[in-house]
Design a protein around this ligand. Sequence first.
Ligand SMILES: O=C(O)c1ccccc1N[C@@H]1O[C@H](COP(=O)(O)O)[C@@H](O)[C@H]1O
Length: 215
Amino acid sequence: MRSQNANQMVDSGQTKIKICGLYRDADIDAVNQYQPDYAGFVFYPPSHRYVTWEQMKDFREKLRSEIPAVGVCVNLPVEEVAAHLKEGFIQIAQLHGTEDEAYMEMLRSLVPGCEIWKACKIRSAEDLQKIENSSADRILLDNGYGTGNCFDWRLLKDWSTKHSFLLAGGLQSENIKEAINNFAPWGVDISSGVETDKKKDPDKIRKIIEQVRSK
Ligand SMILES: O=C(O)c1ccccc1N[C@@H]1O[C@H](COP(=O)(O)O)[C@@H](O)[C@H]1O
């Protein structure tokens, strides 16, 4: 499984679901049970969801083999991200900082064929325009670093893109259908919206996955 491109592993017409910010064994149990398309892990020390690479090795072993692990990386040394893609600790690199085209080119040269998602903080129409030239495999539109808040969705109203994109930031049971109906993202990415008291809540995970898949 580890040598396959993640695109080959997950390929149906349905909106993809990534549950992000898993950091406890209980979180792995929940995603193994409810089976989102992707599981996300945050390698950013200031976050309460921060996991070390040592922990990730263990989580990857416990996570169902068919669920790709997405590593959320914020301006990490490119060699560090490459090493853990090669080891198979993560299958996809989600670059969530200010990583540029040169960074992605270097990552591809170190790990040929690797899958890269580039997260973009959306504050204006210009932010959306800048995305068009990205070489990333997928674009992730977000409000920041797992803030639990939506960015201004009105900016998406007249926006069209050649990219396959994920919508993130403040998604939860109450707004997930509106997000999918209005913007038809390739995927949705949820973290804060499936937490209670900063811990993943299995019932919220189950409910939101059911909502997305019943569409
Ligand atoms: O979740 C974090 O702590 C985090 C830290 C640094 C970069 C990104 C982070 N999370 C990303 O935020 C969205 C989810 O946002 P929300 O919590 O649902 O509002 C997702 O892409 C995470 O990867």
